[in-house]
Design a protein around this ligand. Structure first.
Ligand code: FES
Ligand code: FES
Length: 153
């Protein structure tokens, strides 16, 4: 079945089954591999994208549920003001270790700061709790979110 999906400001036409997860479409059909496959069951956050600005797990989001929604992926996040601040903070704080979880972490952090420019520790915990990092970079992630938030002042 043909779908027109809006990703990073462009419309892409794809021909897949309606229950195909968006993650599969991004990676396997469109070759956009910045969004990672971790668990495939909404348990790790590696596949986080934005749908109409809100964080979503692309591994459990079927393409036929998107409608006219606008998707943003890690490939274009830096073009947004908050995305650029988050990515700068990630570099400044040298957050990644192996890096595998980090695009999902950054997408969740950017969605948090877009909705709440000055999050408390509790807000950060709530927003980031679904993003797992097997390398344990949580302390640096928190520092980077706080740096990005300070740059909003
Ligand atoms: S791959 Fe989607 S949450 Fe783990
Ligand atoms: S940096 Fe390795 S899993 Fe997070």
């Amino acid at each position: 079945m043909a779908f027109n999906i809006k990703i990073n400001g462009k419309t892409h036409s794809v021909d897949v089954d309606g229950d195909t997860p968006v993650l599969w479409v991004l990676r396997d059909v469109l070759g956009m591999t910045g969004t990672k496959f971790g668990c495939g069951r909404a348990l790790c956050g590696a596949c986080t994208i934005h749908i109409d600005g809100k964080p979503a797990r692309s591994c459990i989001t079927s393409i036929d549920s998107l409608g006219d929604s606008q998707i943003t992926t890690i490939e274009a996040l830096g073009a947004t003001p908050v995305g650029a601040k988050v990515q700068k903070a990630w570099v400044d704080r040298e957050v990644p270790q192996c890096g595998y979880c980090q695009s999902g972490q950054i997408m969740s952090a950017a969605a948090l700061l877009a909705a709440n420019p000055h999050p408390t520790d509790s807000d950060i915990d709530d927003a980031m709790s679904g993003n797992i990092c097997r390398c344990g970079t949580y302390v640096r992630i928190r520092e980077a979110i706080k740096q990005a938030a300070q740059s909003n002042e």
